[in-house]
Design a protein around this ligand. Structure first.
Ligand code: 9PG
Length: 490
């Protein structure tokens, strides 16, 4: 049994406890402490980009999201078993005097569980290191972020690029000529990156141009460069569909369960999809070659999506904790990418630190505010909606010292958009605060005023302050995001 140590009136259980300047370092695969706060508010950090990250209440359980067959797309399946009281990597509790008690792992493969008596950390590593701090919310999260940076690395040398992305206007309905048209329209706008999203590839697993891109991806990258932008490309290198050649020819490359069946990572594009085993030497070689090929085509901004699929529980070629295995795969992709910008999406957040330049930190936005059926009938707060994206992005702003936090695109268009001016403005203000600016609006969907508003947004210097827990001042205007707490419909 590990010793029980009393610090500042808290009973802590860990293999070792060390006092540091802003708190404590705990060591142990399992650490726990008794807290005196009872039914208080707690901070839950979701597993991957789209997973719910927010302050919640211990006395207000949320029903688990449905359907179960897409659980991995929503959050970590183990965390959903004890939803919403299990958190990925870090968890925190609020004290009656508004201070925050934070327990956070300084590495991947950790869960934090919270109840009215106990704050508990569970790691996949025998000698896991944890930070325990008790202070004002922003200060204690800043200390945790600083230590995470020391242990995992950080990549925030430059400002985030301003990105035009094809997804939220065209979805998979892209082709060479459609993309070329969009590029023509974007050409005089102040973007840095022109990013082609899902729809160019043969399949998930076959990362070659499909028949809609007859001139090939290299020629397209050349045109994007000639137009004055960094070419950007979406790919989901860690998943495969049944129709892919990897699924057909290298079934042993997939992450498996105890029965030897491939682990389903979700259901999309009309079929289930599976994660690759990133500890398999042939997968590692293939990953390196795939990213190298895309780089040779000329893409210097890579949006790597659905990465959680290789961080799910399962049987691997080399036995190791799941997030550590994922991180090996991301390390290989980083090596192949060289100095290209890597934006991870659908990605385990903590395990990506030090390797990714940016991370999507919330669900997909949509040209509407909320998706009532998905949020309140299926209880899925990771579904596409601007409200869900704002909530979880706000819950992850503390990551800003470690990498660029991408809240997803903003909208200037009125066309094909159900949001009112106030809702669109809230999303723009969040992007300003996050420091990552992107849009998908097709230029010919914008009227002159909307186009000018887009240009002004892209060119504005960031000028904002945090004025409250959910309140900010952006460019002289007071913004209140406290509506994100209304998680329980009356
Ligand atoms: C391309 C898109 C865009 C988008 C990404 C990601 O089925 N799902 O649960 C699901 C979740 C997210 C999602 C698509 C499907 O969007 O976030 O920006 O790149 O993939 O397919």
């Amino acid at each position: 049994m590990s010793p029980s140590i009393a610090i500042q009136g808290l009973h802590v259980q860990a293999d070792d406890v060390q006092r540091i300047s802003q708190g404590y370092l705990l060591t142990g695969q399992r650490v726990a402490l008794l807290h005196p706060f009872g039914n208080t508010e707690f901070y839950r950090h979701g597993f991957h980009s789209w997973s719910l990250s927010s302050w919640l209440r211990l006395d207000r359980p949320l029903p688990p999201p449905q359907p179960k067959k897409i659980w991995a797309q929503i959050d970590h399946p183990t965390m959903l078993e004890a939803y919403p009281f299990t958190s990925s990597g870090v968890g925190a509790l609020k004290s009656p005097n508004e201070k925050v008690l934070l327990l956070g792992a300084l590495g991947p493969d950790a869960f934090v569980q919270m109840d009215p008596q106990v704050l508990r950390g569970l790691s996949g590593n025998a000698d896991a290191l944890w930070f325990l701090g008790y202070d004002d919310e922003d200060f204690v999260f800043a200390q945790y972020a600083r230590l995470l940076g020391e242990h995992m690395g950080q990549r925030t040398q430059k400002e985030a690029p301003r990105v035009w992305c094809s997804w939220y206007s065209l979805f998979t309905q892209i082709s060479e000529s459609i993309i070329q048209d969009a590029l023509g329209g974007i050409a005089r706008l102040p973007f840095d990156v022109f990013q082609v999203d899902d729809g160019w590839q043969v399949s998930m697993g076959d990362w070659e141009a499909n028949e809609k891109f007859p001139a090939g991806m290299e020629a397209l990258a050349e045109n994007i460069s000639l137009a004055g932008f960094t070419p950007g490309l979406w790919l989901a290198p860690l998943i495969v569909q049944p129709k892919s050649s990897i699924y057909k020819m290298h079934r042993d490359w997939l992450l498996h369960d105890e029965q030897g069946r491939p682990v389903e990572a979700g259901h999309n594009w009309g079929s289930p999809f599976y994660g690759l085993d990133t500890t398999h030497p042939e997968v590692q070689k293939w990953l390196f070659e795939t990213i190298t090929r895309v780089r040779k085509w000329g893409y210097n901004y890579l949006k790597l999506d659905f990465l959680y699929a290789s961080a799910l529980p399962g049987v691997r070629y080399t036995k190791m904790p799941a997030e550590q295995a994922y991180r090996q795969g991301l390390e290989i992709m980083r090596q192949a990418a060289g100095d290209a910008y890597i934006l991870v999406c659908g990605a385990p957040i903590i395990a990506s630190l030090g390797l990714a330049d940016g991370a999507r930190v919330g669900p997909d936005v949509a040209p509407y505010w909320d998706n009532f059926d998905r949020s309140f009938v299926l209880n899925d707060l990771s579904g596409p909606s601007t409200l869900n994206a704002i909530r979880t992005t706000l819950g992850r702003l503390w990551l800003r010292p470690l990498l660029h936090v991408d809240p997803d695109v903003v909208f200037f268009r009125t066309r094909y958009n159900l949001m009112d001016e106030e809702q669109k403005q809230l999303l723009c203000d969040l992007a300003t605060i996050a420091g990552f600016k992107a849009t998908s609006d097709l230029p010919h969907w914008l009227d002159d005023a909307e186009r000018q508003a887009l240009v002004d947004f892209l060119q504005a210097e960031a000028d904002w302050q945090k004025t409250g827990k959910y309140e900010f001042n952006v460019n002289g205007r007071d913004i209140d995001f406290s509506f994100v707490r209304d998680l329980w419909p009356d």
